[in-house]
Unconditional design. Structure first.
Lengths: 298, 115
């Protein structure tokens, strides 16, 4: 039979209502069955059956009542909802009956959920959180492995140049490393981790300094003054976010560097200052001058 | 004994509607009895299976029910057709007649009738 949507909706609400008032309709059905069998019995007696047979035949004709009741209940309400309500009620009753178990279960759940949240927060921060750059999915880091070493090894400057001068799947290649330096700003000196980079480092990451300018290719090779970009954190800490820092001189291991910029906040704040590596000073015949860990963008 | 036919649920519902249309308000037993008589005992209906159908029809709207007194003056549930039920009965009667007519024409078909 066709069942237009309105009819279906109406039926749904009636069944939803019945899920909470089940017993009354049960009584109604039982009364109907009783009446039905009684009438059939009387009919049979009128037709000449002995009373005992008459009732038996009436029951037979009616068919299996329990099966029908089952179908009737399924039709009456939403069986899954009814079962769900029953299960929830039963669950609450059982929990109330054994408060000790309930307490332990609740504490277990609370600790479990708490621990999961904590672990996820950390794992997300360390593993899943994307790099704080535009288009982080296009940035990869290259390292080397060797059969003899278990660790990853950094790419050397010569290897980087080789990769850059040959066709590669990358759009740009840039290098960076991290080295310890004595940073002097004004009359303060501190041991910090600095980050020598290729001049196109920020270009590859797709970010620009907050103040001042980015590095230029000459900064890698030129004979002019050494230049450096400070991290946002250092800028805040050393000179109280004074914009006049641009153009001032700081020292790294005693050598003077001119500050040309300040980076945006939130970007690898643990290392700074950042300054172009002077490749011309590197003697290719001297091995072991590492230009470590090269980021690439493609 | 002759093998009786199974009743499809939709067919049973339609029989219920027609019975109530012709005879007016009836209780479950009365409906079962009528269907049995009219079909000439050809349909094997476990009479109990009627009740879920009645409930379904009541939920969907074509019939409604009230308590009343049966022939032996006991409390019984009486079912009657609603206006929506009358309309549904008309629609379904037409559908059935169309279907029956088409099938009848196919059965009447002989090879020489085809061009």
């Amino acid at each position: 039979m066709k069942r237009p949507p309105m009819k279906r909706l109406r039926q749904f609400f009636i069944r939803l209502g019945s899920a909470f008032t089940g017993n009354r309709t049960d009584d109604r059905l039982n009364a109907e069955i009783e009446e039905h069998i009684l009438l059939q019995t009387q009919e049979n007696i009128r037709a000449g059956m002995p009373p005992i047979d008459a009732r038996r035949q009436a029951l037979l004709k009616f068919g299996p009542a329990e099966v029908m009741k089952e179908a009737y209940r399924d039709q009456r309400s939403l069986p899954f909802l009814e079962t769900l309500v029953q299960d929830v009620r039963y669950g609450i009753r059982v929990l109330l009956r054994s408060p000790g178990f309930t307490t332990v279960a609740v504490i277990t759940l609370a600790l479990g959920i708490g621990a999961n949240t904590a672990v996820f927060s950390i794992v997300y921060g360390v593993v899943f959180r994307p790099l704080p750059y535009p288009q982080p999915h296009r940035i990869v880091e290259l390292t080397e492995t060797s059969p003899r070493a278990t660790d990853e090894k950094d790419v050397t400057y010569e290897e980087l140049r080789f990769l850059a001068s040959h066709s590669s799947p990358f759009e740009y290649l840039t290098g960076y490393t991290i080295q310890g330096h004595n940073l002097g700003v004004g009359n303060k000196t501190e041991r910090v981790k600095g980050q020598p980079v290729s001049s196109d480092y920020f270009h590859v990451l797709g970010i620009r300094p907050l103040l001042g300018r980015d590095f230029l290719p000459e900064d890698n090779t030129g004979d002019g003054a050494h230049v450096a970009i400070l991290s946002y954190g250092t800028w805040q800490r050393y000179v109280a976010a004074d914009p006049a820092i641009i153009g001032r001189t700081i020292t790294l291991d005693g050598e003077p560097f001119t500050v040309i910029g300040v980076m945006q906040p939130g970007l690898e704040a643990s290392v700074d200052p950042i300054f172009p590596r002077r490749h011309r000073r590197m003697d290719p015949t001297v091995p072991g001058e590492p230009d470590r860990r090269h980021r690439t963008k493609h | 004994m002759e093998e009786k036919q199974e009743v499809r649920q939709g067919t049973l519902a339609l029989m219920v509607l027609k019975t109530l249309d012709v005879l007016g308000p009836l209780h479950g037993y009365g409906i079962a009895r009528r269907i049995e008589q009219i079909s000439g005992d050809l349909l094997a209906v476990n009479q109990g299976t009627l009740y879920p159908v009645l409930l379904k029809l009541e939920q969907e709207g074509p019939i409604t029910s009230d308590w009343g007194a049966s022939e032996n003056n006991r409390k019984a549930r009486f079912y009657r057709l609603t206006r929506a039920g009358r309309k549904q009965l008309q629609d379904e009667t037409r559908d059935w007649e169309q279907t029956a007519e088409i099938i009848a024409r196919f059965f009447a078909l002989k090879a020489e009738d085809l061009p």
